[in-house]
Design a protein around this ligand. Structure first.
Ligand code: OFO
Length: 172
C-alpha cells in the first residue's frame, strides 16, 4: 500500500513523463516540417517511450492501492532556432528527469518503502541510458555545426540509432 506522500510524488512523476512525451512530440513535429525525417522518426519514438514510462507508473500506482492522476500538462515549446538548440533542450530535459527520479528514490528510502524503491530502479537505469544517448547526439550535432551535408548524414544515421535502441529494449 502506498503512503499518501509517495502516491503524491509518483503522481508528480506521472505528470513529468506525460509532459516529456508532449515535449518530444512537439520536437518530432518541428523536425518533420523542417524536412528531417530521420530526426522526426527518432523523436516520435522518444515520445512513445515517454508515454510508456508514464503508463508503467500509472499501473504501479493503481496496483499498489493508490489512484493515478491524469492531470493538465504544460504546453511544450513548439519551435526551435536550430537542431542544436532542440537537442540541447532534450539533453537538459533528461537531466531534469534524472534529478526528479533521484528525488523520488530518496523519498522512498526516507519512508522505508522498499517496494517502490525497487520498482524505481528501472527508471534509474533508464535515465543513465537516456542521458548518455542525448549526450552522444549532442556531441555529433556540435561536430556538424552548420554543415548542411553533415546534417543530411546525421538525419540518415539517427534512424539507425532509433532502430537499434528499439531492438535493444525488452518488451515490457
Ligand atoms: Fe526520458 O525518461 Fe522518461 O521521462
Amino acid at each position: 500500500m502506498l503512503s499518501k506522500s509517495i502516491e503524491k510524488a509518483l503522481n508528480n512523476q506521472i505528470r513529468i513523463e506525460a509532459e516529456s512525451s508532449q515535449i518530444y512530440l512537439a520536437m518530432a513535429c518541428w523536425a518533420e516540417v523542417k524536412g528531417l525525417e530521420g530526426v522526426a522518426n527518432f523523436m516520435y519514438d522518444q515520445s512513445d517511450e515517454e508515454r510508456m514510462h508514464m503508463l508503467k507508473l500509472v499501473r504501479f500506482v493503481n496496483e499498489r492501492g493508490g489512484h493515478a492522476q491524469v492531470s493538465a500538462l504544460k504546453a511544450p515549446n513548439v519551435t526551435f532556432n536550430s537542431f542544436k538548440e532542440m537537442f540541447e533542450k532534450l539533453f537538459d530535459h533528461e537531466v531534469f528527469v534524472s534529478e526528479s527520479i533521484n528525488e523520488l528514490v530518496h523519498i522512498t528510502l526516507q519512508e522505508k518503502d522498499y517496494a517502490t524503491h525497487n520498482f524505481l530502479q528501472w527508471y534509474v537505469s533508464e535515465q543513465i541510458e537516456e542521458e548518455a544517448m542525448a549526450r552522444t547526439i549532442l556531441d555529433k550535432i556540435n561536430m556538424i555545426g552548420n554543415d548542411k551535408g553533415g546534417l543530411y548524414l546525421f538525419d540518415r544515421d539517427i534512424q539507425q540509432l532509433s532502430v537499434s535502441t528499439a531492438a535493444a529494449e525488452s518488451p515490457e
